[in-house]
Design a protein around this ligand. Sequence first.
Ligand code: UGA
Length: 445
Amino acid sequence: MRVTIFGTGYVGLVTGTCLAEVGHDVVCVDIDAAKVDGLARGVVPIYEPGLAPMVKANHAAGRLHFTTDAARAVAHGDVVFIAVGTPPDDDGSADLQYVLAVARTIGQHLARPVVVVDKSTVPVGTADKVRTTIATTLAERGADIAFDVVSNPEFLKEGAAVEDCMRPDRIVIGADNPAAVEKLRRLYAPFNRNHDRIVAMDVRSAELTKYAANAMLATKISFMNEIANIAEKVGADIEMVRHGIGSDPRIGWHFIYPGAGYGGSCFPKDVQALAKTAQQHDYEARLLNAVEAVNDAQKGHLFELVQRHYDAGEDEGVRGRTFAVWGLAFKPDTDDMREASSRRLLQQLWDAGARVRAYDPEARHEAARVFGERPDLVLCDSAGAALEGADALIVVTEWKQFRSPDFAALHAALGDAVVFDGRNLYDPAEVEAAGLAYYGIGRGR
Ligand code: UGA
């Protein structure tokens, strides 16, 4: 099938590439000419495992095209995806200006019937706005062309986006017209073999499904972080508690890892946007607000542990010390630092007069962009280099390569011989046996 995708961010680029991979003819369109030029030369602007070779191969095979030419793009697709950003407004609600700008563009250029697909995470009711915007723009042109607007939310995870896209666990299609569902069924048939993963529903339910999924996952994390904080107070170990509850299939092992708070472009934004939508409908989403509040506090928790350690000592606390920080991305296998817990931590360390030597396997360039040049930050090329001259180590992101360090070497390198483990990667007894002080999340030490 012929497919057009507006937006070459995470969702648009991954979706377009995976659709090309299974044989569809895909045009990706973006207003950012530099990005489009780069992509056409095989330069993939984000780090996502497996994506770059797939972009290059499909581009070379002539199934994946990149353009800034919206008219050509609209003319191409039988199915037209909207996969542009929905950043949070100042008040936490999703900003729809880019989505609606694409809807206008579609209305300006549409010449034959299409199915327009909302792929971006958009508040309930957005498909109606997209439909109205396209219809109004068509009417302004005096054109009368049939089109459907369908909600087809994306469930891919950064760091595993290609895999999630190629092997979806469900394909949610919200549509009011059965013919539109059939068209998407054909589009997704290569991903829907052996058993049916398509869950068809009305448009609003599909829109809410996306938010419900992310809000449920965020709730699990904030719940565990809250129990971890209680564990810390009462002298229990959250890792024992996690093992004690995860085997209950009603609870499950996934997304019950306590840590430095959830980050990324989705959970923080979506939890707030859903709470905002509820508020706009005169409902106070008390649970969602609490999930957000717990997460916000949790992002400051690592620094509280640092303070607790240093303020208990004889000397002047955190000021003047150097901290090695391992991991800056909001999670492993991505270079994305949006809403990353590391950002809060580093700011708190700097505000307290400390210096930072940081290492992240992929986010170094992003960190340089986010933080700029500053005298109290050194971005290092390796985990070992970050330790040079450092007093303490703080682990913020659980990259695999941080999982089994040589603790004797850590002891030798760190002036104050202390490790703050923001993702509970290490066995406290093993760390302490090497002569290091250990702090984890919710572990009573
Ligand atoms: C999330 C969802 O998992 C995807 O299903 C969804 O499609 C996506 O948002 C989206 O809306 O686009 P993502 O933000 O890429 O995906 O990352 P996750 O793997 O969900 O992690 C989010 C944050 O939660 C990370 O900061 C991670 O460190 C944290 N986390 C995750 C925990 O603190 N504990 C856990 O047990 C799991």
